[in-house]
Design a protein around this ligand. Sequence first.
Ligand SMILES: Nc1ncnc2c1ncn2[C@@H]1O[C@H](COP(=O)(O)OP(=O)(O)OP(=O)(O)O)[C@@H](O)[C@H]1O
Length: 278
Amino acid sequence: MPTDSAETLHQSTNARPPAPAKLQLVGIGKEFHTKRASTHALSDIHLTISDGEFVSLIGRSGCGKTTLLRMLAGLLSPTTGQIMVEGRSLWNGAKVDSSVVSQLGVVFQEANLFPWYSVADNISLPLRLRGLDGRQRRERAYELAELVGLKGFEKSYPRELSGGMRQRVAIARALSIRPKLLLMDEPFGALDALTRERMNIELQRIALATKATVVFVTHDITEAVFLGDRVVHLTPRPGRIRRITSVGFERPRGIDVQTEPEFGAIVRDLRHALDEEE
Ligand SMILES: Nc1ncnc2c1ncn2[C@@H]1O[C@H](COP(=O)(O)OP(=O)(O)OP(=O)(O)O)[C@@H](O)[C@H]1O
């Protein structure tokens, strides 16, 4: 399996065809300054992601994965560098371009659903905020409920759903606006192993059906390799890209791919690299 160093990848972006990258990170750095301490959380992150690509982000606790995702989501401004979504700058200094942010879908570890809204109303909430009428919202919510495997549960309430089902609602809600980018921070981290495996299969199907470009943060190396076209490994203090691994298996992948020797070799390599950081 080809393994590109961050340097090689960065250089190779110059040789790419002119189609605008879906997402481009150019020299991203982040420092936190509090009364007690300063933390250099991320440094010199260069990454180009193309349309429809699925990129997993892994690294030890504290290497800056969430910080990076929050910057991509427009929730935290970078100290240095530029984030471009289809060629448009997401941040202008510490000011976010809300028209770019409004085209992003974000899913966190917690589904963060509104308990007093039904599944359909939770899914279509972003559309309500955009002023779509009731019929349009309902149609889209039902279409998405079916897409994420919740057909028949549209009128249920979050308390009546399992953890996996709640995450499906969160994914559907993020997809409701047809986002240019789907950003996911440990979305299945709180689920049991079997549900997580099923959600991985489902997410692949959903991502391909919607042609979504996905950035997916996880602690789980197998999950990262199973889902990703590429796996970006961040090292801590400050967080930098250590390397980017291409995963050549066609998507969607069946769970059996995990028994392939090449799959095992990629997972082992990454585990080794993470262990070296102990
Ligand atoms: N709001 C903040 N103020 C100060 N420091 C912060 C803040 N957010 C994150 N940090 C620091 O930035 C670094 C990266 O944190 P971050 O949460 O991004 O790591 P992570 O890789 O997502 O960790 P984990 O895998 O444990 O979730 C850490 O040293 C953390 O303490």
